[in-house]
Design a binder for this molecule. Structure first.
Ligand code: DX5
Ligand code: ZN
Length: 244
């Protein structure tokens, strides 16, 4: 396990350097959310993500309590791990995330993001994730202000701004949340923090330009990606590399 951990830690460090390089060079990452994929054939959905040259795999974990939907647990992530070399960006939409962190780390998660609204002891959970060699993310729902993150922004590797009310794919982006992205970007610059800004919910070829303009580094896309005629073209459009 030690050997694997060392390789895994080196791998994460390598990926982080690339992310940081791309982020510093304003490259946009696309993280397809498998919530919109075909659960009866997830291996082929991972192959679609690979063929489309997307950057990360976004895995939405829902407990039916923090959000009104239920998806999958750590075994699902563990079983998918061998079939994708991509960064596994695990989004925990669960109550009491601290009870599940270790299982998702053991399952092969690279980033684990939990919700500020579900964690009184967010600082402790961030340390729990990072001490295990994983990257730690924090997420806020549309009704939670950025100020709620003030005390922990210095510790996190990623902030996930929800631009829909979490629980389902295919929803309309809440434009009122875009200001949070800009606010986070200016806090990051003012304090020389280095967290990535990821935006999640209602991202498509119409909404992506304003989300990128606001300062996003990573775009999570579920329905726009998996419903696209040509997912690799969709990735290029979302990145702004080809005109719509
Ligand atoms: C919603 C999830 C999102 C969702 C995105 O609770 O966190 O990741 O799958 O799906 P789209 O891109 O269709 O809004
Ligand atoms: Zn998500």
């Amino acid at each position: 396990m030690k050997q694997t951990l060392v390789n895994h830690t080196e791998f994460i460090a390598f990926i982080t350097d690339i992310c940081y390089y791309k982020h510093m060079n304003n490259e946009i990452y696309i993280a397809p959310s498998i919530l919109s994929a075909d659960f009866s054939n997830m291996r082929s959905s991972l192959e679609t993500i690979e063929r489309a040259a997307a950057d990360w795999v976004h895995l939405d974990v829902m407990d039916g309590s923090f959000v009104p939907n239920l998806t999958f647990g750590p075994k699902f992530v563990k079983d998918l791990r061998p079939f994708s070399p991509k960064v596994f960006d695990v989004h925990l939409m669960v109550d009491h995330p601290e009870t599940m962190i270790n299982a998702f780390i053991d399952a092969g998660s690279d980033y684990i993001t939990f919700h500020m609204e579900a964690a009184v002891h967010a600082h402790r959970i961030i340390q729990q994730i990072k001490n295990a060699g994983c990257k730690a993310g924090i997420s806020i729902v549309p009704s939670t202000p950025v100020s709620a993150l003030r005390e922990i922004l210095q510790y996190v590797d990623l902030v996930l701004v929800m631009t829909v009310n979490p629980g389902f794919g295919g929803q309309k982006l809440i434009t009122g949340s875009l200001g949070k992205i800009t606010e986070l970007k200016s806090i990051r610059e003012k304090n020389s923090y280095d967290f990535l800004i990821s935006v999640d919910g209602g991202i498509n070829r119409q909404t992506a330009p304003s989300v990128v303009e606001a300062g996003a580094d990573i775009l999570v896309s579920g329905s726009a990606f998996f419903n696209a005629e040509d997912p690799s073209e969709e990735v290029k459009i979302l990145k702004g590399n080809i005109p719509v």
